[in-house]
Design a protein around this ligand. Structure first.
Ligand code: DGL
Length: 304
């Protein structure tokens, strides 16, 4: 189980500090974040990573917000204790519900902040890519204010209920029309390896929900705002109107992290022998087997 210490002195990670300093932590509620991890490993082949999947509590999508904040805080702290100075919440639900609270209210009061640790999420880069507007721009500016595209957002119940995508897009591009659709069962069905026909029916249901809102007009862009959904991107591609561009969130996140690290190189320690540690709060053997569906050569998970 994860330790529950808060602002106290961090415990020494189980690996030697010298061997692990500079690891980047990637957190997800389950296995979907492997889509983000793999894009980052491809983009930063010399960087070491620790991935933590909270399988003891997946899915997050239907949990109360306070519980998501609490779980995300515990997992972020666990990654800090494992010598990750930078934690990326590679989970839309955790980012949508907890990122801001942890960044503004929790982290500044901890020993981790004084040590220069930080937490990032994956909503900001996705909004930047969808609006072609830097995150730092929080009021509409020409030409963004004139963009009047339709953007579809698919996510878990909690991500959609948070309204974070619609709010952040409209802050930058008020004329953009955002059509949000909760696909409440899809992440769980992917995680449980449901049959293709079942996944396809859930994808079609989500797309129909958006098309009903648009009156049948095709969205210009679609955000698959859940880490699990890239695994069924092909089904979204098949059933979305052909003109709709699907944003690839793992790639967008890799682009954004590359930019971030170029400005804050102290968070990255390239090595000729990079390490990868996969952790789970669930049962490692079972998770290692299930992970192969997401990543055929996936190394084994260890207990968090
Ligand atoms: N990883 C979550 C996300 O990106 C989906 C799975 C869950 O509901 O926990 O929203």
């Amino acid at each position: 189980m994860l330790p529950s210490s808060s602002a106290g002195e961090p415990a020494q990670g189980q690996y030697g500090r010298a061997a692990t300093i500079g690891m980047i932590g990637i957190f997800d509620s389950g296995l979907g974040g492997l889509t983000v991890l793999r894009a980052l490993m491809a983009r930063f082949p010399k960087q070491s990573f620790i991935y933590l999947g909270d399988h003891a509590h997946v899915p997050y999508g239907d949990r109360p917000s306070e519980h998501i904040v609490q779980l995300t805080r515990a997992c972020s702290e666990h990654l800090f204790e494992r010598d990750c100075r930078l934690v990326l919440l590679g989970c839309n639900t955790a980012t949508a519900v907890a990122a801001r609270t942890l960044q503004r209210n929790w982290l500044p009061q901890t020993i981790w902040k004084t040590r220069g640790h930080n937490i990032l999420g994956i909503v900001a880069p996705t909004v930047e890519a969808a609006t072609q507007t830097p995150w730092a721009v929080t009021t509409p500016k020409y030409p963004q204010s004139y963009i009047s595209d339709r953007i579809a957002v698919f996510g878990t119940t909690r991500t959609i209920a948070s309204n974070v995508y619609a709010d952040e897009i409209k802050k930058r591009c008020p004329k953009v029309r955002v059509f949000q659709q909760a696909c409440s069962k899809l992440a769980g069905a992917i995680e449980q390896q449901a049959p293709r026909a079942e996944l396809e029916a859930l994808v079609v249901e989500g797309i129909n929900g958006v098309l009903e809102q648009t009156g049948g007009a095709p969205p210009h862009r679609a955000i698959l705002g859940c880490t699990h959904f890239p695994l069924v991107e092909e089904l979204f591609r098949q059933h979305l109107p052909p003109t709709t561009v699907i944003l690839s969130q793992p790639e967008v996140v890799a682009d954004s992290l590359e930019d971030y690290l170029s400005r804050r190189p102290h968070f990255t320690f390239p090595s000729e022998t990079p390490e990868l540690l996969l952790l789970t709060t669930g049962e490692p053997q079972e998770i290692s087997v299930r992970a192969r569906v997401f990543w055929p050569d996936c190394p084994s998970f260890a207990q968090a």
